[in-house]
Design a protein around this ligand. Sequence first.
Ligand SMILES: [Fe+2]
Ligand SMILES: [Fe+2]
Length: 190
Amino acid sequence: MDFSLNASTSDEWLQAVLKDFDQFLLDHASAERKASAMAVSFVVQYPDRFALHVPMIRIAREELLHYQKVLKLIHKRKLIWERDSKDPYIAGLQKHMSTDRERRLLDRLVLGSVVEARGVERFALIAGALKGSLADFYQRLSDSESRHARVFLELAKPYFSNDEIASCLSHWLDLEATVMISVPPRAALH
Ligand SMILES: [Fe+2]
Ligand SMILES: [Fe+2]
């Protein structure tokens, strides 16, 4: 990644996750599944932006693999999920997205990168708090999301100027920090 987030995750969040790790796993699985679907949606919604297609399909496959791996942990613990609840962090961010098709593409790519960066930070926090194979698993996830954060930003380059990308990034970094802080700590990725 070539940028840092504007605010750090609180220790209260990490404590909430560690206190109810089963619940966290259920939410985490759902976040990976949604990330995969989101990457595919770039291909569907921008059929004329060829440069996006192969990298987005690659990300979608990786996110689906993350989903599969978290599901394995869920099965091992015999956890049963209920219907997904809305992710207040993602919903809080999405409502700021432009309705202009061109600008929305830039918003989606840059926000995608910033959300991945939050994943990098939070998975690393979890890895640092756990031991053994689970710690290794979350560290590998953190590394993989770091690659995604970079790819999302790179994919804006064929279509937008460096200045446009930089100012959009600074705008979303501000918003993301505000929204992240506004969501009460809970046993969920966001
Ligand atoms: Fe992922
Ligand atoms: Fe990712």
